[in-house]
Design a protein around this ligand. Structure first.
Ligand code: ASP
Length: 328
């Protein structure tokens, strides 16, 4: 009898252990599938008009880019897909200095730069000086995924477009009346670069940036946006970053990489790291902005200019869009 009871107790004990393990495993899976995801976008740091119609239009464009990118993440898509989709929308919107609406150089035509990076394996792609293609971010992705190289410029870009049977455009369609006016009035320092960073359900971070550079820039000038580590950076163990501002300064500070490095080697959190890098750039004499997401889904939209149209949506349902400093 006594040994029977002992057997039952031992059996019960093992049953409890098995049931416990089962629940532990299923709750682990739950927290995996419930992994946080998010997207953050920006439309360039600078000085923006507060005119109602303009503010509304910029808001709508940022919102559309966020919603489309978020939908991809929600449906289980990758952070790279979300970033490309969001940037394409902003490139197609004439309100921003990327794709259609890009700033004109000192000879009166458009030369665009873009880059993209994924934080999982540090793969990246970039293009500079694009003249006849509507969405440079697509070219940057193509370079990353379909060539053994990372950075293309000049004739190589035309060859890529031909090789992959992509459609070129008449460069005139990139020129909006507003940019033409700015150019003829010699108003330089146009802002409005676009960028996006996303963290997907699988913990992969991606970042991308696309720009027309600056109004009145010299032909052939390349800014920080296509330079990996300056305008764009992504590393799953730290963060994803997209920058905007005077590119020459962001390159000199390796801005995007520096944010990640401060987190990795100095234990900074995302916010203090971004603030530190913007401060260094400010102290050197330039303003700008940085957006980022860290591996734990914390988001930063920081800028030292008066405005930076930007926004984010998180899987928690949290959503925010801002244009000016006062709204922070
Ligand atoms: N960073 C861009 C460039 O220097 C411009 C900007 O973000 O406003 O080309």
């Amino acid at each position: 009898m006594g040994s029977n009871l002992l057997k039952k107790v031992v059996l019960l004990f093992f049953l409890l252990v098995i049931v416990g393990e089962f629940f532990a495993m299923s709750s682990q899976n739950e927290s995996k599938s419930a992994n946080s995801f998010a997207i953050v976008v920006h439309g360039g740091a600078g000085t923006y008009s507060r005119e109602k119609k303009y503010v509304e239009e910029v808001n709508q464009a940022i919102n559309l880019a966020l919603e489309r990118g978020y939908k991809i993440l929600e449906e289980g898509g990758s952070s790279i897909d979300a970033v490309v989709e969001a940037i394409k929308i902003l490139e197609d919107c004439p309100l921003f200095n990327a794709g259609i609406g890009s700033a004109l150089n000192d000879s009166g035509f458009v030369e665009m730069d873009a880059s993209i990076m994924e934080g999982k394996d540090l793969r990246a792609g970039a293009v500079a000086g694009v003249r006849n293609f509507k969405n440079p971010i697509i070219l940057a992705r193509l370079v990353m995924e379909k060539t053994p190289h990372l950075f293309f410029a000049g004739e190589g870009i035309d060859n890529l477009i031909k090789k992959f049977n992509l459609d070129t455009i008449n460069p005139e369609i990139l020129i909006t009346p507003e940019q033409k006016k700015r150019w003829s009035e010699q108003k330089s320092k146009t802002k409005g670069t676009v960028g996006a960073v996303a963290l997907d359900k699988y913990g992969n971070i991606a970042a991308g940036t696309s720009t027309g550079g600056y109004a009145g820039k010299m032909v052939g000038r390349i800014g920080d946006s296509p330079v990996i580590g300056a305008g764009t950076y992504a590393k799953n163990s730290t963060c994803g970053i997209s920058c905007t501002g005077l590119g020459e300064f962001f390159i000199r500070q390796s801005a995007a990489f520096q944010v990640s490095a401060l987190m990795e080697f100095k234990n900074y959190n995302l916010e203090s790291s971004v603030k530190e890098v913007l401060k260094k750039i400010f102290d050197m004499g330039a303003t700008g902005g940085i957006i980022g997401i860290d591996k734990d889904c914390n988001i930063v939209m920081e800028f030292t200019t008066l405005g930076m149209p930007s926004g984010y949506i998180k899987s928690t349902g949290e959503k925010k869009i801002i244009l000016f400093k006062t709204e922070k």
